[in-house]
Design a protein around this ligand. Structure first.
Ligand code: HPA
Length: 294
């Protein structure tokens, strides 16, 4: 049944945008501004797509924006479905299922997250090198449809090493250019690597919980990304994950956590984040073009 629904949604998107979409971008809270990078974008509201739900969280528009970067078709999922909104976990990953059906090869998944370490500053970006799933469920729970992927998929390397390398290189280039242009006095590494721990939310954590997650090996905590990353790997889509550290997690400072502030930080980092994403996507697109011409 799900397969049929996914196919109906994919067929509809194909009827609106004919080319093969290669890269999908899932944007987190306050990070939705990337779509203005496209010329001649095609916008498809979720309510037009069969079986797509609507996004209920503030700061998340509900639409797909499809355009080209360096001639490579890229789809942006503006507005994601969170488990805490009450959706079934299969509904949370429905758009990723559709991307897989459309032939997407690479998913870039972003989020807002709280740092469990004191050494991260508000507004830093973190490259996800691995995750811990504390949501208490998996999007693959239930009957497995082999047309999507295997019953017991391997999760040794969820976040693609080559994509991580590209992201790191591009972040370094930006940091060096900023010094050369006199925008920063010294070289600032703005893409550190870390482990993202996914929780079901919607309440933020207690200080005791944050101490526990830190002991377990988490670098940052958030309420998304992991279901989508698991579904993507199930379908053999390569994944890159980047967190925007919008706040220090509970108890790391004495400050209470405020959703408004989380959103504001996301927006403030927007320009830096967009620049990094743009360069990463250009690199991936260039490599895809090379492979196609080889
Ligand atoms: N905890 C969980 N999710 C979050 C946080 C946090 O501190 N900040 C942004 N998303």
């Amino acid at each position: 049944m799900t397969y049929k629904k996914v196919k109906e949604a994919a067929d509809f998107i194909k009827s609106q945008y004919k080319k093969d979409i290669k890269i999908a971008l899932v944007l987190g809270s306050g990070l939705g501004g990337f779509a203005d990078e496209f010329e001649n974008a095609v916008v498809i509201p979720y309510e037009d797509i069969p079986h797509f739900k609507r996004s209920t969280v503030e700061g998340h528009a509900g639409q797909l924006v499809i355009g080209e970067v360096e001639g490579i078709p890229v789809a942006i999922q503006q507005g994601r479905f969170h488990y805490y909104e009450g959706y079934k976990i299969a509904q949370v990953v429905f758009p990723m299922r559709v991307f897989g059906m459309l032939g997407v090869e690479t998913a870039i998944i972003t989020n807002a997250a709280g740092s469990v370490l004191t050494s991260f500053k508000q507004g830093s970006l973190m490259l996800i090198r691995d995750h811990i799933n504390m949501m208490g469920t998996s999007p693959l729970r239930g009957e497995n449809d082999e047309r999507f992927g295997a019953r017991f998929p391997d999760m040794t390397q969820v976040y693609d090493p080559e994509l991580q390398e590209i992201a790191t290189e591009e972040a370094e280039k930006i940091a060096r250019e900023r010094v050369e242009k006199g925008l920063d006095k010294k070289y600032l590494q703005f893409l550190r690597r870390g482990v993202y721990c996914a929780l079901s939310g919607p309440n933020y954590e207690t200080p005791a919980e944050i101490r526990m997650y830190r002991m377990l090996g988490a670098t940052a905590v958030g309420m998304s990304t992991v279901p989508e990353a698991i579904a993507a790997r199930h379908q053999n889509i390569k994944v890159l994950g980047i967190s925007c550290i919008t706040n220090l997690a509970a108890g790391i400072t004495n400050q209470p956590i405020d959703h408004e502030e989380v959103m504001e930080t996301g927006q403030k980092v927007g320009a830096k984040f967009k620049e990094l994403l743009k360069r990463i996507i250009k690199r991936i697109a260039a490599e895809k073009t090379e492979t196609a011409n080889a």
